[in-house]
Ligand binder design. Sequence first.
Ligand code: AR6
Length: 171
Amino acid sequence: MGKIEIIQGDITSLAIDAIVNAANNTLLGGGGVDGAIHRAAGPELVAESSTLCGCETGDAKITKGYRLPAKHVIHTVGPVWHGGGKGEPELLHKAYRRCFEVAHENGLKSIAFPAISAGVYGYPMDQACGIAMEEAKAALERYPELERVAFVPFSSSALAIYQEKYKEIFA
Ligand code: AR6
C-alpha cells in the first residue's frame, strides 16, 4: 500500500514521529483516544498542553510525546456531528490538513491518525474515513518528505471501512 498503512489497534503503541490526538478545545484531556494518549504519555503531556491556550476546531498544535513511543503528539479538534449541514465536512478536512501542515513544519516524516470525530463527536465513520483518505492523498502529493501515513482504526468494523475507502480513493 505504498506510504499508507492501516493498522487496527491502540494508537498509543506506535513508534512513529507523531500520533494525532482527537482532542477537545481545551487540550486538557478527555475520554476516548484523548484519555488513552494522556494516560500513556504521563502527566508531562497535560503540563505542556496547558501552555497552548487550547485549540480551535479544525486547527492543530504539537507537543512532545513524553512516555509514548511516538516522538510527538499532534493535537487536533474535529467537529461535533450535527447532521452534516453545519460545516462539519470542511472542518474535518481542515483538521487533517492542519495536522499534515504541522508535521511538515516540524520536519516529521511519519504520522498516525485515529478516526478523528468518529467516536464521541458522532461523525459517521465512512464519511470521516473518506475525508481522512482524501487528505492523506493530497498531503502525499504536497509533502514529498512524508514517508509513512498510518491510519489506526480501533475496531474491526472500522478496519473494514478503512480498507474499503483505501481501495476507493487510492485505486
Ligand atoms: N487508539 C486508536 N483509536 C482509538 C483509541 C485508541 N487507543 N481509543 C479510542 N479510539 P473519540 P472524537 C477510537 O471519541 O469523536 C474525547 O473525550 C474510537 O473508537 O476518542 O474526536 C476528547 O477529549 C473512535 O473511533 O474522539 C473530545 O472531547 C475514534 O478513536 C472528544 O472525545 C475517535 O473517538 C473527541 O471526540
